[in-house]
Design a protein around this ligand. Structure first.
Ligand SMILES: [Zn+2]
Length: 277
């Protein structure tokens, strides 16, 4: 009797209430051995999230740097549990970027804003409206630069559109939009991590850091997209790289068009206000 009890050791899942045998709930996947939270458990959870082989951040980053293309094909083909999810990973990297940014040029936006306020005094109406347009443009660019993380998330659809347009008709048919998004988000992790490294050069040379950021950003993006998309698309490295150049160009063109539309609309609203008040 007692031996039989040992073999049929059923557990009631604490998450969904299903009765089951084994280490994991077959309905919701929760661990059978779920006790109360202890400091030891938290330490174990954190350690396995960061260092663990199964879905750990470090393991995923290592794969993303050493074999990005193969890792992404793995993930698209269903080998998912071993890798950390793309979106949390990107948010983690963007958070890291914000931390580094807070030590470097956090007040750049305020400075340029006050500058444009000062030069605004003592001008007649037409000069004033010209300055307003200029101010609008520079403030929009300032905003995008200083809210890099926000603008990155907001402009992800532009990368997606660029990739859909430039990576060929066959691949458009072969893959879903969402599968392109997953690859783009992993590529973005590489881009953001490199931007973090570039930002760190601020502590060595402030001007160098800004110049590196401007020059290297498009190059890093092209490299990251080439590295992540190559195997998935089935192109040669040269072809993937060339198409990635087009994707990047397309991104900047689309972004330019959107900023232009925004400025034009703002100018129209502004002109109406100046006319009627
Ligand atoms: Zn369950």
């Amino acid at each position: 009797m007692e031996a039989e009890k040992d073999i049929q050791k059923t557990t009631k899942c604490l998450n969904c209430g299903t009765e089951f045998e084994g280490n994991f709930c077959p309905e919701c996947g929760q661990n059978a051995d779920t006790g109360r939270f202890t400091m030891k458990l938290i330490a174990e959870n954190l350690t396995s999230a960061i260092l663990g082989r199964d879905g750990g951040v470090w393991f995923t980053l290592k794969n993303l740097v050493t074999r990005p293309s193969s890792m992404i094909v793995d993930i698209l083909n269903g080998k998912r549990k071993r890798y950390f999810s793309p979106f949390p990973m990107l948010f983690f990297c963007l958070a890291l970027y914000i931390v580094i940014l807070s030590f470097t040029n956090e007040h750049a936006f305020k400075e340029s804003f006050y500058d444009s306020q000062i030069e605004f005094k003592g001008l007649d109406d037409s000069e004033q409206s010209q300055t307003e347009v200029y101010k609008l443009f520079s403030q929009t660019l300032d905003f995008l630069n200083n809210h890099y993380t926000l603008s990155y998330i907001m402009t992800l659809p532009l990368w997606l559109l660029g990739a859909r347009l430039c990576y060929g008709k066959n691949n458009r048919k072969r893959y879903y939009w969402a599968e392109y998004i997953i690859t783009i988000v992993y590529a973005s992790v590489i881009v953001v991590l490199f931007r973090c490294l570039i930002k760190l050069t601020y502590f060595i040379d402030k001007d160098l850091s800004l110049q590196l950021g401007t020059i290297l950003s498009p190059i890093i993006t092209i490299v990251a997209f080439t590295a992540c998309f190559k195997k998935m698309l089935g192109f040669s490295i040269a072809k993937t790289a060339w198409r990635s150049v087009l994707v990047t160009a397309m991104y900047y063109i689309l972004l330019g068009i959107i900023i232009l539309i925004y400025v034009i609309i703002s100018v129209i609203i502004l002109a109406k206000r100046l006319q009627y008040i």
